[in-house]
Design a protein around this ligand. Structure first.
Ligand SMILES: NC(=O)c1ccc[n+]([C@@H]2O[C@H](COP(=O)([O-])OP(=O)(O)OC[C@H]3O[C@@H](n4cnc5c(N)ncnc54)[C@H](OP(=O)(O)O)[C@@H]3O)[C@@H](O)[C@H]2O)c1
Length: 236
């Protein structure tokens, strides 16, 4: 089974790449930092550096890799800002990486998967996409969009033999969360996250949400009425 992980020079993507190799998979990894990719890969993975926001680079990488069975979108951008001092550039960067980067990867793999009537798209979104959270307006909006996009794709592509899995982690200790100055309940390590994802993929789960306490909390949060949610979160 050949996997292509986009956004695997650090954090969850890097840990997942190594976990998949341990489980016997053939793995190719992409991200911008070539040196970090090579360090993650050792002698065990193919390294294809790219910027996911560069569509030509993503299309060329897919061409270079040839037959891939599973593509895993792991790349992501997160930057907190105060909504009262709206930062249009930071908002736009979230869209560029988290949505337009994913769009480029989808454009590269969907025609191949549909043509072969076989393939698996895995997208790492976040439980932050379940409800609006102050300070995470930009990030949360892109994560909600990813969840919605992957859900639509799942239905649209199933008749073409293509599977779609949505991964929604809670807090994971990675370079992305290292600078967070707020409490991160139920935080887990990247290798635990990688095992949860690899286990979920082996079990053919449609949705992989972890860790369990965060999954339960955020699934219940979806049921909280809008006014009550506003009251609960406005102090944050
Ligand atoms: N950590 C958490 O608590 C948490 C929780 C829920 C969801 N997530 C999601 O999990 C995914 C992985 O995040 P992480 O926590 O592992 O963070 P991370 O360590 O910062 O990893 C992000 C990865 O994305 C890559 N990336 C960023 N911009 C890119 C671009 N333009 N082109 C190609 N690659 C790019 C980075 O590599 P380069 O810099 O080398 O390009 C890096 O490999 C993200 O989608 C994130 O939103 C994380």
């Amino acid at each position: 089974m050949k996997y292509w992980l986009v956004g695997a020079s650090s954090g969850i993507g890097a840990a997942l790449a190594q976990e998949l190799v341990r489980r016997g998979a053939e793995v190719a990894i992409s991200a911008r930092k070539a040196d970090d990719l090579r360090e993650v890969a050792g002698d065990d993975m193919q390294v294809v550096p790219l910027d996911a926001t560069d569509r030509d680079a993503v299309l060329a990488a897919a061409e270079q890799l040839g037959d891939v069975d599973v593509v895993v979108w792991c790349a992501g951008y997160w930057q907190q800002f105060d909504a009262a001092e709206w930062d249009a550039d930071v908002f736009e960067r979230h869209i560029q990486v988290n949505l337009l980067g994913l769009n480029n990867v989808l454009a590269a793999v969907i025609p191949r998967f549909v043509g072969r009537r076989r393939g698996h798209i895995v997208g790492i979104a976040s439980v932050a996409g379940y409800r609006g959270l102050p300070g995470a307006e930009a990030y949360g909006a892109t994560k909600a969009a990813q969840i919605n996009l992957l859900e639509g794709l799942r239905a649209a592509l199933s008749k073409h033999g293509v599977r779609v899995t949505t991964v929604c982690p809670g807090f994971v200790r990675t370079p992305m969360t290292d600078t967070n100055e707020f409490p991160m309940p139920f935080i887990i390590e990247a290798d635990e996250a990688a095992r949860a994802i690899a286990d979920g993929l082996e079990k053919h789960r449609t949705e992989i949400v972890f860790p369990l306490p965060m999954a339960v909390t955020m699934k219940l949060a979806r049921l909280v009425p809008v006014r009550a949610w506003a009251a609960l979160t406005k102090q944050r």
